[in-house]
Design a protein around this ligand. Sequence first.
Ligand code: NAD
Ligand code: 0WE
Length: 262
Amino acid sequence: MLLKGKKALIMGVANNRSIAYGISSAFTREGARLAFSYAGDAIKKRVEPICEELGGEFTFPCDVSSDAEIAAAAETVKEKWGKIDVLVHSVAYAPKEELAGRYLDTSRDGFRVALDISAYSLVALCRAFEPLMDEGSSVICMTYFGAQKLVPNYNVMGVAKAALEASVRYLASDLGQKGVRINAISAGPIKTLAASGISDFRVILDHIERFSPLRRNVTIDQVGNAALFLASDLASGVTGDVLFVDSGYQTIGLTPVMPEKH
Ligand code: NAD
Ligand code: 0WE
């Protein structure tokens, strides 16, 4: 049991296809205690049964665009648990119209919202929960390849994820003074709610299946197991890093002729 008795806060479960659900399943399998946040009443109704199913202890509201909700969340968690061992940030949002067409046409407001919810929120949450984290605690967030290389239509989310990945490095230094680690997982594309509105997502999934070294897409369970490693003491020497769980796709330069499926 890699996380026996460890208290883990999970932010970003929307349904049982969410990456945060895969992470929560891995954590509970290894003995962690779980609590879940939700943004708004619509998500609350979805998160409560999932909390129950996974043996979680409580749910609480936290729209990460609100300083007041972040402060209230930290207060609630402090009252319930005192300390936390793991914080999972699995949250992103950009206005839908920004995820199509030219990056050049990104609006000031779309840029602000995407960077606020998808990147700044990590900084705000780390600061709010810093007093609840001791030596050995671990923060994990989710990123995507589009932060590092051009992915058509990912647009302002790519810029937001680049900011998130850079934040992980700077936060690693600040939190490292207390022995707290922070890392990002760069997951390959997965058909979640956040991916459901994306036109041509099937084309992206087919591309990975064809050209990634493992010739397949990744699952939320594979991401969950990588998060389990980063959350556990097995990763006590790892901070400020981006761990790719992407069937090896990010290592590809030119693809060798037409690869065979195996
Ligand atoms: P998802 O839709 O299941 O999860 C996204 C979550 O973000 C939802 O629970 C939603 O409620 C939450 N959220 C949105 N705005 C919020 C706000 N203002 N405050 C609090 N929560 C808010 O989709 P997912 O694919 O599991 O996404 C989780 C993370 O994984 C995101 O950071 C996403 O960028 C990242 N990611 C996804 C993929 C993919 O292909 N699905 C790949 C790599 C990284
Ligand atoms: O990070 C993401 C998606 C994040 C996301 C998704 C949505 C859809 C609904 C953020 N904001 C919104 N806003 C909405 O209104 N991914 C890594 C998945 C993803 O999204 C893409 C991708 C991939 C992969 C968008 C374009 C191209 C590729």
